[in-house]
Design a protein around this ligand. Sequence first.
Ligand code: SAH
Ligand code: SF4
Length: 342
Amino acid sequence: MEVLGARPDAKLRAKQLAHRLYARAEEDFAEMGDLPQGLREELAQRFVSQPLHIATHRKSTDGVEKLLVHRGDNAVYECVLLPYADRVSCCISSQVGCPMGCKFCATGLGGFDRNLDASEIVGQYLLLQRLSPRRISHVVFMGMGEPLLNLENVVKSLRLLHDEVGLSYRHLTVSTVGLVPQIRELANEQMPIHLALSLHSPIDSIRDRLMPVNHKWPVKEVMGAMRDYQKSTGRKITIEYLLIKGITDTPDQAHELAQLVKGVPSVVNLIPFNWVDTEQGFARPERERVRAFRSILEGRGVNVTERVERGHDIAAACGQLAGQHGGRFAKRTGATSLPVHS
Ligand code: SAH
Ligand code: SF4
């Protein structure tokens, strides 16, 4: 930074500043008492510590808070604060909209605007941390967008969250639709973050219908890349599995899925479909169907978790709030999902 570069104590001041801005999520330069007053004034004149504007802020009765933010251009995107008894997590976006076009996803149905840069990504964490009385220790990239399509900024953000904010790589989760070359690139970054694949069906003909990406990277190939990611990082992988009634929740797919993850250190996270007006008649399966699918997996030794839905009263499911906002993504309706909490 130019302001610091001219100073003989630049290194120390940069360290102090980073600690204030990232580790402590402070935004007011005037209050950074360990920096000399002249420097504080210069920083305040020339820099903005928080580039994000809040378009909407909703609080749920269960403690979940959902924000729609933008950097002044009205291209809004979502982030969610998720407090639990034993930890606080947050769900952040990597893009405004998403170009992947998954048929069940409100974000996908709304189209794509642009990638977020690292300040807009980490800015979501910092903004949420300022709202949270407790420390946010976990971050999931499961808001808007496909993180691996914006790999450079996502990797930069993961490093900032680890190096400057001080979060453990083990507490950072990236969820992907399954882009094979980028999964391999991410493995080469040597960051032991947690990777989750949105598989949603082990059968190509069904996954093809739901997720256009499957035409390019079918089940076998994407699972191969995930298996290699697991081996090279030593981290358990998560397979996210969307249960759409009569489409992905059938017993034969449960068996096929069990076969697919056999021998791979992994967890399958079941996600009952959140209603979105897809015009395809997708429905959420009843509890009984979810239980049956789960018991087939468990009977075959698969580790299974289920997504817990939260923030219902504030439409906290990702994609939903943006649909209600009059910004560029106003055409979006319905919900996508809440992040994985396993
Ligand atoms: N693009 C990434 C991450 C964002 S989506 C990905 O697809 O993995 C986060 C999760 O929400 C994904 O697993 C996605 O498949 C799921 N999701 C999307 N629409 C949903 C819906 N209507 N109901 C439940 N989960 C949904
Ligand atoms: Fe994009 Fe993920 Fe939605 Fe697919 S599920 S359209 S990849 S955000």
